[in-house]
Design a protein around this ligand. Sequence first.
Ligand code: GAR
Length: 205
Amino acid sequence: MASKIAILASGSGSNAENIIRYFQKSLKFEFPLILSNKSDAFVHERAKKLGIPSFTFSRQQFLEGDEVLVFLQKYNIDYIILAGFLLKVPEQIIKAFPNKIINIHPALLPKYGGKGMYGDNVHKAVKAADDSESGITIHYVNENYDDGNIILQAKCELFSDDTPETIAQKVHKLEYEHFPKAVEMIWGKKTGMTRSGFHVFLDRG
Ligand code: GAR
């Protein structure tokens, strides 16, 4: 039987769409719903196009958690993917889905993590620091922002003429390539992960 995945997204939802398309012909996963905290997020348009129901809960409903949890249970959700979801996941949802919630972060954690570090803020900070590399981190979600065990990291090289926009493009490219595969690796097979996770290092951006 296919495992059911709920995707939570606050914005454009390009990762959500990429993951759903990747598994469209697979029998491993179903995507019965997308949840957002923004009624005007572009992810709803993508959901419509993909024929997947999407729902909006307010910031407060997400932070309190009970209503969202009941909703997830009503849909028999097995796993949760945060794909550009910008609110903290409340404790009762984390407890109800142990090691079953993963997040993607657009930098090499522990660098550039924590509250306020999302999307373009991250790429601007990487540029300001003049870093020679950036990348993505896919990790389990715990009670703290960007703090759970790391599952996978992938890197891209940066050059002095990179801008926050070109950094974002390089990072998105890594996300599209690795996020669906990470999902397949950790939940698609019934093998356990080691605590330290596994790492993928790509050479050139
Ligand atoms: C992605 O780059 C993701 O890594 C980032 O938001 C973007 C969402 O793009 N997530 C965070 O910053 C979480 N801290 P998308 O809506 O097009 O998938």
